[in-house]
Ligand binder design. Sequence first.
Ligand code: FAD
Length: 370
Amino acid sequence: MAGDEVDAVVIGAGAVGLACAVELACRLDSVVLIEREVGPGREISSRNSGVIHAGIYYPGDSLKTRLCIEGKMLLYRWCEIHDIPHARTGKLIVATSDEDEERLRKLARHAKEVGAGDLEPLTGAEVARRDPELRCQAALYSPTSGVIDVHELLASFLREVREADGTTVFQTVVEEIGRSGRDWIVRTTDTMGRATEIRTRRIVNAAGLSALDIAEKSGLPPRERPWRLYPCKGSYFALQAGAPPTKHSLIYPLPQGAGLGVHITADLSGARRAGPDAKYVDQIDYTVDESHAERFAEAVARYLPAIRPEHLTPDYAGIRPKLVGPGGGFADFVIATPKSQPGVVHLIGIESPGLTASLAIGAHVSEVIR
Ligand SMILES: Cc1cc2nc3c(=O)[nH]c(=O)nc-3n(C[C@H](O)[C@H](O)[C@H](O)COP(=O)(O)OP(=O)(O)OC[C@H]3O[C@@H](n4cnc5c(N)ncnc54)[C@H](O)[C@@H]3O)c2cc1C
């Protein structure tokens, strides 16, 4: 590939980079997707809840809301066309205090206003009839939420890029991005230490937790990159066979702190997990601390009182690329097309619901990078 000239380079083969590469490869003659890991989705994209979100939590005028709602529809359609295992399981959001109940009412109004669909209100008694181990004062049922087999999804994105004659390059790190007239020069090194240069007019920076490093490497001046990333770890514990049974696949409390609250998910095989929590961290470390089982059990016991720490075993963790630190409030996805960098798109802070929104982000990026 040395000295190649291509129509577009996409950096990062997570869900978002892959979805961008699918869109671009269908439209342009030559697209190269570059990933430093050995396969797709080894960072944020395979370390998440695997939930197709409805788009109910974020401000109506935000990219998170718009791209989540669009992305959800595109994703369900993609799953049907490409035969990706998924299920429209619906999701239960539970209120366990008077204050929660008020928040639940607001959330139902908000979801309707932003177009995320009607949420069905349920009383605590109605929930208990269907799911006897659950305790709550009231709940909302979101019928369009679901679960997806993330690995199959990523594999299908990758296949589609290749079928559209896109090139995918793994175990190759983007080291530097330079300029030559109107072109960009992307310099990479592979695991054998071989260096390559690719000349292009378009670059999509979908490097997830490293997206700011790539922005800096591309020479974007500090005044045009006012962002900072705050890695925020979310750990999961697996529910063991003796854990109290639940019928709903997705059971969420009201959002708390930096995350959506420690929820219960059941994947397509029926395996249940509790998580993720939200802990700001200084380094990327995916170990799950066994001693946190008690804290997780306490969080879940608010709506599933019979849960015990011994029902929980450490599973996996993921890290969110948050644009705000502790107590920082809402931050939207950043899809930046800097004036000083024609043809370049930087995707910054693509945390949840980035998996759900991936195809909509891909379509949006393809539009703005014409
Ligand atoms: C705990 C947790 C739970 C979540 N739950 C959900 C959920 O249920 N539903 C949902 O919709 N979203 C969820 N999300 C969000 C979702 O997972 C992310 O928004 C999405 O996966 C981000 O994808 P990405 O492609 O931007 O990042 P990534 O998947 O991290 O991809 C970026 C890629 O860039 C590569 N890269 C970086 N630097 C370089 C370089 N210099 N050269 C080459 N390659 C490079 C990396 O190796 C990586 O593979 C969750 C996230 C977390 C952390």
